[in-house]
Design a protein around this ligand. Sequence first.
Ligand code: SER
Length: 319
Amino acid sequence: MKKILIIGAAGQIGSELTVAVRSIYGKDNVVTADICQNVPEVLNDGPYEQLNVTDAPQVFNVVKKHNIDTIINLAALLSATGEKNPLKAWEVNINGYINVLEIAKELKLEQVFVPSSIAVFGPETPVDMTPQETVLKPRTMYGITKVTGELIGDYYVRKYGLDVRGLRYPGIISNATLPGGGTTDYAVEIYYEAIKNKKYTCFLKEDTKLPMMYMPDCIKATLDLMHADFSKLKHYSDFNVGSMSFTAAELAEAIKKYIPEFTISYNPDFRQQIADSWPNSVDDSIARKEWGWNPSYNIDSMTKDMIEKLTEKFEKGLF
Ligand code: SER
């Protein structure tokens, strides 16, 4: 792995993954790309290309121009945005991904990484400690694209010998770049509001429990899987990765330990139905066994860190 292209680099995960990958491989060896015209500030210490993943020739030219050997494809519409524009979700999440796979196959690239999501599960899936191999009948277009993405990634491994890897991210909590258009976004917004206004109205019900993960663990999971010995893997695109699970009320309680005056109210919207179709927790024993997955953060250590980092940002007038 010498020259890495991160597509969708300006998003919540991409912006922090870029920093981590640049610190390992050097800033000039990590080309970032996103649909935004101007380089987002967080990416401006290295090469940037404005790129639409659904435009195959454009992706091909960027890969050739920079002599790319590894693609991390994070470009996607998430669950809530995907329900507002299902065909666009399919276009970006599937047709865009197929462009990446085809180019990787044609140019014999070393590796493709693409995330999947807990959105692959649906109401028929067992909700507690959801197994690796289970019913995948999602009710959202986002989930449908992620199941398809897992299958097609594995297909390119078996049919063409391409190195394709991916894991099922839970809700990701972070303090650098805001998430956009997901059902788990409340678990990020709540911290910003707790610090700024000491109150938050949650768009999910208080007892909605979902699998979540703090960004440092998300970066670790991504890099650990990318660095794993491919010949030892028995799964490729669909690893369950767990870290923590909590309800909205439990998260509010964890925040109150640091901000006692914080209050929460609940006003569920269309995202409630999406959340209700997802598991409470996942069984990640296969990821632990195949590539040594082991998360570091729990709800309390994450909350302490989130509040410290966001208080600093707030005091600097950054939100
Ligand atoms: N965070 C994503 C969403 O809520 C799940 O992968 O859509």
